[in-house]
Ligand binder design. Sequence first.
Ligand SMILES: *Cc1c(COP(=O)(O)O)cnc(C)c1O
Length: 474
Amino acid sequence: MRYLSTRGDATPRQFCDILLEGLAPDGGLYLPAHYPQISAARVAALRQTYAREGYAALAFEILSLYIDDIPADDLRAICAKTYTAQVFGSPAIVPVRPLEGVLHIEALSNGPTLAFKDMAMQLLGHLFEYELARRGEQLNILGATSGDTGSAAEYAMRGKKGVRVFMTSPHGRMSPFQQAQMFSLQDENIHNIAIEGVFDDCQDIVKAVSNDLEFKRRYKIGTVNSINWARLLAQVVYYFAGYFQATSSEGEKVSFTVPSGNFGNICAGHVARMMGLPIAKLVVATNENDVLDEFFRTGIYRVRGSSDTHETSSPSMDISKASNFERFVFDLLGRDGAATRALFGQALSQQGFFDLSADPRFQDAASRYGFASGKSTHADRLATIQDCWQRLGQMIDTHTADGVKVARAHLGAEPMVVLETALPIKFAATIEEALGRLPERPPQFNGIEDLPKRVQVMPADAQQVKDYIARHCA
Ligand SMILES: *Cc1c(COP(=O)(O)O)cnc(C)c1O
């Protein structure tokens, strides 16, 4: 499989060439040159693979369609090490449970940090360690987090050879649970840097360090953000696993609703659908930060300023722009790199929006690609959490509640699977607001707030962060 950029650069690259990279050199995102097609007979065979051999074997089958520069036995071993019942809490890895009527919930949040980002990040940890060892190289991952991404990255990279993580976060602004999750890690290769400032200060520092090309080269600085193709690819697998659990034969269709921010999770659903998985609808659920809902309703994609970006009770969806969205638009425009560049490279930087409302390809988006959308607010979230708990006996987190709220407006005859992207314990304050009680805590997290913390507090100063990295890369 060869990979190309959404902005037209077609230099042939293989999977491992782009594994450790972020953006393509022309500023675009990487996509495979084509989507491998899976026939109905092959889907039926994969159903058997998942039932008989489990999630890791299914993951190997899907990944190997996109990865031909890792020997099959090595890739199989990497999948087997990653997707274990011990790490993800059950042999199904992503168990689907009924909620009500056609509504189902697929649990993607039973990994080490209790959010769906573990599904991809755990695989990335093993892939990075493998590829760095093969090249005899090292990588220093520098990131900024306000919660889920940073902890998923740290739990994926802890103890991995050849990798160090330097994760900045806004000092005192994460929930006590999230702080405890990250700061209690005692691994030598994990460095928590609490910045005296807000999340934007952390992001500015990461940008400033990455823009110092000499420093970046010298200290082998990399990232693990959500535009990484390997993360997206790992997520394709659980759409297959969700389909198999919600249906019993290949004649059936399924719809998915996905709590969305950067469009990474649902973009994997788009890829699965393009491969031929029988998906009826892909419903994008946003919170008050409704950039994506606005696009799918109107055809206008408008990036928000920071004063226009709301802090909500589903904080992992608080985005001003959807960084993976360019991948879908590239497909929508018939994979025209020049047209994609004109929208994302020029229109967005010059006027802050683009408008496809008059384009027939946008008007066909729902019928050709199955997309639909909706939005949920704080009041919707509370009401949905209350309804699911009081009437249906299931406690769901705030992001999943946005999904359930929006899914209910798009129900058809087929099963509707809502992706559960986090467990309630991660957002306990809002659960308490909704239900007047705290969520249950998985036993392995008892008392983590009392563990010793490993964190360095620093002013919002890129130079001090650089000095810290230099001192710890000796
Ligand atoms: C990251 C995250 C999301 C949003 O996922 P995207 O891939 O950015 O759309 C939703 N819910 C939770 C809990 C998350 O951590």
